[in-house]
Write a protein that binds this ligand. Structure first.
Ligand code: NAD
Length: 359
């Protein structure tokens, strides 16, 4: 399956959904000639699982690989510096290409290095986590963390292609798979009720990582994300809706010092936002309960013991969705329709945090 992504009304790149890596060589051949040097950028876990196979595909071409320690802790300028050095030492120039083989950490970091090395060289996203396949590889946000601040340094920079091999989902841990599920569910909640209901009716197959159904689900999720990004690339309006569940989700993530997965925190944040939507008669209580059941089915937390709610709220204050002092909170005006709301108060959020308390 293939999806075309446009930028400012013009074709920008394709998202390819495949069940193996067999078309990767053809994809690259379309973008470059055999003299082009390739650098596979990956982390230690993905190297062990997929690097050899991908290297094998490019036999006969000049291929290099740059591997860094897996984990968010590596997503920083120091790793970028090492990558620049590696590229300089191997004489990479602007005609050459980087392949980001891995999850969101690899994609964000490699994308940022591609955006800045020699003022920009080509790169391809090869996302291997569910989160990266439905979220981080699409939309052109690249970047790294800086001095403890997440995604503080970055650039909007588009890949030349996104190549998704759905089979890579099979080796993901339960934690990473369910983390990606939170974003997939989010896309249905904010934009497409039918998609959300289809997730519910296919939940067993999705949980079993049935590739046929996952091809359809990832495709539809990407369709939603690419639509939003095409209409609002630089997050001046509609793109902020993708942050549904993220205001309190990020705050919970920080409060628990990143011990919860990103998806787990977002799941709890989505429940809080859904609770506020119910309070405002925008969402039926039964829909809230249905969401809770769905998240729980995918192994995402729906309850949490939070001792100090004020501390969680403090973390929402430096949220990037704060504009001139007022928080752009995303609520649901029914399933499939997210809206921006500027009137959600600290008290509303505190009440919502109480709704996810451990009984
Ligand atoms: P990640 O890249 O750290 O991957 C999670 C773990 O899974 C890592 O240990 C990795 O080595 C491992 N892994 C990757 N693919 C695997 C596979 N197929 N089988 C087994 N293990 C595999 O994390 P992530 O959840 O993919 O991405 C999170 C990052 O994405 C964060 O840094 C976040 O800021 C960023 N992000 C960016 C955007 C964006 O728009 N650019 C959007 C959302 C999130």
């Amino acid at each position: 399956m293939r999806l075309e992504v446009n930028n400012q009304g013009k074709f920008a790149y394709n998202i390819l959904l495949e069940k193996d890596f067999s078309l990767l060589k053809g994809t690259l051949d379309e973008l470059s000639d055999e003299k082009t040097k390739i650098c596979i950028v990956t982390d230690t876990n993905v190297k062990r699982l997929y690097c050899e196979e991908v290297l094998g595909i490019f036999e006969g071409r000049k291929v290099f690989s740059f591997v860094f320690e897996a984990g968010e802790e590596s997503k920083n300028l120091d790793t970028v510096r090492k990558l620049y050095k590696f590229l300089i030492e191997n004489e990479f120039d602007r005609k050459d290409i980087l392949l980001a083989l891995g999850g969101g950490v690899v994609g964000d970091l490699c994308g940022y290095a591609a955006a800045t090395y020699l003022r920009g060289i080509d790169f391809i996203q090869i996302p291997t986590t569910l989160l990266a396949q439905v979220d981080s590889s699409i939309g052109g946000k690249t970047g790294v963390d800086f001095e403890g601040y997440k995604n503080m340094v970055g650039a909007f920079y588009l890949p030349k292609a996104v190549y998704i091999n759905l089979s890579t989902l099979k080796t993901l841990s339960e934690r990473e798979y369910s983390s990606g599920m939170a974003e997939l569910i989010k896309h249905g909640l904010i934009k497409d009720k039918t998609y959300y209901e289809d997730i519910i009716s296919n939940k067993e197959k999705i949980k079993n990582r049935d590739l046929q159904i996952m091809e359809e689900m990832v495709y539809r999720s990407d369709l939603i994300k690419k639509g939003v990004v095409e209409r609002d690339f630089k997050e001046n309006g509609e793109r902020v809706l993708l942050n549904f569940g993220h205001t309190l989700g990020h705050a919970i993530e920080k409060y628990f010092k990143f011990e919860l997965s990103h998806g787990a925190s977002v799941a709890l944040g989505m429940l809080c936002a859904a609770d506020i939507s119910v309070e405002r008669n925008m969402l039926f209580p039964e829909e809230y309960e249905k969401l809770k059941k769905l998240l729980s089915f995918f192994g995402l937390p729906v309850n949490l013991r939070i001792e100090d709610k004020d501390e969680v709220l403090k973390f929402t204050r430096n949220d990037k969705k704060v504009e001139s002092g007022s928080l752009k909170f995303i609520l649901l005006d029914g399933i499939g329709k997210a809206v921006i709301d500027r009137s959600v108060s600290s008290e509303d959020m505190k009440k919502a945090l109480r709704s996810i308390k451990v009984e």
